[in-house]
Design a protein around this ligand. Sequence first.
Ligand code: FES
Length: 125
Amino acid sequence: MEKILESYKTTAVEDVTVWYEAAKVSEFPKNGGACIKYKSKQIAIFNFERKNSWYACQNVCPHKMEMVLSRGMIGEQSGVPKVACPMHKKTFSLENGENLNGDLPAIATYPVKIENDTVYIGFSE
Ligand code: FES
């Protein structure tokens, strides 16, 4: 199981070597998420319209290794954007991946940029 988690590494914008074209902005729900595939990874992308921000993270929840985070509810905790896993409501910061209501490993997060109505996710490999 840990092998799956090992394939996801938080990527800082300065380390991005590939901007992967995910989809058009209009293909993502407002204030919700969708999942894309990049190589063997499933990546959850969130259009947090209320904050006028986009976020990306691994789709796999480290609690029970379910590929579900893209279907989670997004919200804020003390100003930190977060996603709640739809399975058992573990919550994770969308900024640094930290598990906000437990001691699960942090999830990996990835930079997002929007250009010409298109959503790109940054990877370092
Ligand atoms: S699988 Fe995500 S909280 Fe349990």
